[in-house]
Design a protein around this ligand. Structure first.
Ligand SMILES: *Cc1c(COP(=O)(O)O)cnc(C)c1O
Length: 453
């Protein structure tokens, strides 16, 4: 991939780092060696410029784990997930995690859990989408396959459609409806629809899509037309939130039409990045001809993955969290995040200039915008101002047909306490006092503020 470089081509470093001529090349492999301490110091120093992960209210991804988890991960850095034969216990732990999730999401055949770990929800989405496409082919589908979803889908679904030649049928936002609804989803379905993707919850505003209503509408559609369209739930965040905080909500395998669910272990699964999961409702939902077999203790073990080699440490850390936290612990941790999110959103509403789009009472994530009568500063100015103290609160515009909305979003996750929320609020209040005095309407700072899904 090409990326324009504008920095100088050599690193100038202080003599105490013991480099003979005082500089080493930045963009080509150095000819000689460096002492390990020197190499460490150079890389370490450069990384000081990265933002502070704990002040990053943009990311959904875990930025804090217990020291015991850190230690376990360090013990597993050398383990390759694919070497089932060499690391049978790591393979066993992965399989236990799939069973745990399968039961957590109420799969009907609890003893025949079908699923696997992945590098994240993106890989899980590719696998889920491929299974849907292959099932449609096995049903005799011959036209151009399509997949129906809300325009608020995460970019991984656009990748899936692009990479695997599936037509994307996107339902735009309309009025106050900022995610997929049942009627608009069904309106786009036909005999070449491989599936409908429902999101729990939307990265734009943290809201849950109405999975049960979408399934019911597809039941009625099947009665009318005979066409049976499966639902995949993209539960990247919510599949680790709803089971603990909204046990009554029907969104999982309790709905017969839900055929697969993905989740990011590294979001509300509370593990550092790179782990995701996908689980199918039963073995029938995953076509046999997508499965490969690898050697495992002299036996063959089924795998379905895009990668071959992959680190085992994150899977082990996921199992650590399951043992360590249990239902009570996950309920406590996610409950606290939601409490922080709803309290902080209420206080932001009380400040005056903002209107809440969501309150953080579904995912512990909320979006808010400036009142329409505020014209002398924008949400992009607010985002930029908060960066002065290291807070990363992204500002972004919504997709069609609500590109008129420009919003800020705060993701509350483990490690973001009421105390940190109050500090953020103090800084926000301070910056607003300055911004309110700002005279003229400003240019768009949109490109300056990054938007992280
Ligand atoms: C984060 C996210 C993804 C992508 O997940 P990764 O684990 O980052 O690959 C997909 N869908 C939704 C709804 C997400 O929030």
């Amino acid at each position: 991939m090409k990326r324009t470089r504008n920095s100088s081509e050599t690193l100038s470093i202080a003599p105490r780092f013991e480099v003979p001529d005082g500089s080493i090349p930045r963009l080509e492999l150095p000819a000689g060696e460096l002492p390990p301490d020197t190499a460490y110091q150079i890389v370490h120093d450069e990384l000081m410029l990265d933002g502070n992960a704990r002040l990053n209210a943009a990311t959904f991804v875990t930025t804090w784990m217990e020291p015991q988890a850190d230690r376990l991960m360090a013990e597993c850095f050398d383990k390759n997930m694919i070497d089932k034969d060499e690391y049978p216990q790591t393979a066993e732990i992965e399989s236990r995690c799939v069973h745990i999730l399968s039961r957590l999401w109420n799969a009907p055949e609890a003893n025949e859990a079908t699923g696997c770990s992945t590098t994240g929800s993106s890989e899980a989405a590719m696998l889920g989408g491929l299974a849907l496409k292959r099932r449609w082919q096995h049903r005799g589908g011959t036209g151009k396959p399509n997949i129906v979803m809300g325009i608020n889908v995460q970019v991984c679904w656009e990748k899936f459609a692009n990479y695997w030649d599936v037509e994307m049928r996107l339902v735009p936002m309309e009025g106050d409806r900022l995610h997929l609804d049942a009627a608009s989803a069904v309106a786009l379905c036909d005999e070449n629809t491989i599936g409908v993707v429902a999101i729990l919850g939307s990265t734009f505003d943290g809201s849950y899509e109405p999975v049960a209503e979408i399934c019911a509408a597809l039941d009625a559609y099947q009665e009318r037309t005979g066409i049976d369209i499966p639902v995949h739930v993209d539960g990247a965040s919510g599949a680790f939130v709803a089971p603990f905080l909204d046990p009554e909500l029907q969104w999982d395998f309790r709905l017969p039409r839900v055929s697969s669910i993905n989740v990011s272990g590294h979001k509300y699964g509370l593990v550092y990045p790179g782990v995701g999961w996908i689980v199918w409702r039963d073995a029938a939902a995953l076509p046999e001809d997508l499965i490969f077999w690898v050697n495992y203790l002299g036996d063959d073990m089924p795998t379905f993955a895009l990668n071959f080699s992959r680190p085992g440490a994150q899977v082990v850390a996921q199992y650590y969290n399951f043992l360590r936290l249990g239902v009570a612990g996950y309920t406590r941790v996610q409950g606290y995040s939601r409490e922080v999110a709803t309290r902080l959103s209420a206080k932001i509403e009380d400040l005056g200039p903002f209107e809440l789009i969501t309150r953080g009472d579904e995912l512990p994530v909320f979006a808010f915008k400036l009142r329409d009568d505020i014209t002398n500063y924008t949400v992009f100015d607010v985002s930029e101002a908060l960066r002065a103290r290291g807070w990363q609160v992204p500002a972004y515009t919504f997709p069609a047909n609500r590109t008129d909305i420009a919003a800020l979003r705060i993701v509350v996750r483990r490690g973001f306490t009421h105390d940190l929320a109050d500090l953020l609020l103090d800084d926000l209040r301070r910056h607003l006092a300055t911004l309110e005095k700002q005279p003229a309407p400003t240019h768009d700072a949109a490109s300056a503020a990054g938007f992280h899904h």
